[in-house]
Design a protein around this ligand. Structure first.
Ligand code: 6PG
Length: 256
């Protein structure tokens, strides 16, 4: 796996992280047209909430041509969209509904499906059809947002959970013993095909996982988040002070 140097930005707090994440969104969608829409993969979890609030509010919302982008989801829980645990549900309430965005501009993983693997395959087929990459290339998102769990998971790629890739897969359903639950998730292959990956991480609870991912002591198994290293793209870590509190600050890493 080609090592991609991650750019780490340490910001004052969760809101500053969201503002920096919104800037990444704006720079990604600049120049987008309906013929060349920008394709963005949204993260699950709660950390994206202030980002959604900024994107759905003025002045930011008017700076974006929403008809020239497509929104997708990196993972989903096995629940319907109106369930409090639904990743799509959170984005719908805070971003999509206020902006009147719906399919086909937005595409969700059907978490409520009785066969989550079938739902994952259908989402994979939709992405392949929309992106129509020239084989053997994989579909390349212009921007991927990811979070980080306290165990080092990202999307629903959990420690110790094997992700099938023979034949190559983009979206799979997995059993996560730690959660005693199923999840549908983008695979390492799909995430590592992206042009830009932005991690949003805030709070003291994440400091150990950030340290194990960005500055591991030798000999540790890499966290799932550490395996996100796009072959032809960049990785940007947006951390608040608390989340960055256990990462050494060598010169050259951006801290502001
Ligand atoms: C999910 C997410 C997951 C999330 C992290 C962080 O569906 O749970 O995709 O990877 O990003 O668990 O979650 P918080 O942002 O809520 O801390």
């Amino acid at each position: 796996m080609k090592e991609t140097t991650a750019r780490v930005r340490v910001l004052a707090d969760r809101d500053e992280v969201a503002r920096a994440a919104a800037e990444e969104f704006l720079s990604t969608v600049a120049g987008a047209t309906p013929e060349r829409p920008r394709r963005i993969l949204l993260s699950g979890g709660t950390t994206p909430e202030p980002l959604y609030r900024i994107l759905a509010s003025e002045p930011t919302r008017s700076r974006i041509d929403w008809s020239s982008l497509e929104l997708y989801f990196g993972d989903e829980r096995p629940v319907p969209p109106d369930h409090p645990e639904s990743n799509y549900g959170l984005a719908y309430r805070m971003l999509l509904e206020p902006l009147g965005l719906r399919a086909p501009r937005t595409s969700r993983i059907r978490g409520e499906a009785s066969d989550l693997e079938l739902a994952a395959r259908r989402y994979e087929a939709l992405i392949r059809a929309r992106f129509a990459p020239v084989p053997p290339a994989d579909p390349a998102f212009d921007l991927v947002y990811l979070g980080l769990g306290e165990d080092g998971h990202t999307a629903s790629l959990f420690p110790g959970v094997e992700i099938p890739d023979d034949p190559p897969r983009l979206v799979v359903a997995v059993r996560v013993e730690a959660l005693q639950s199923m999840r549908a998730t983008a695979t390492y292959r799909l995430l590592n095909a992206a042009r830009r990956v932005v991690f949003l991480v805030a709070g003291k609870g994440k400091a150990a996982a950030v340290q194990r991912t960005l500055a591991p002591d030798g000999g540790e198994t890499p966290t799932p988040a550490a395996r996100i290293s796009p072959a032809n793209g960049e990785v940007i870590w947006l951390l608040d002070q608390d989340a960055a509190s256990r990462v050494p600050r060598p010169a050259g890493r951006e801290h502001r």
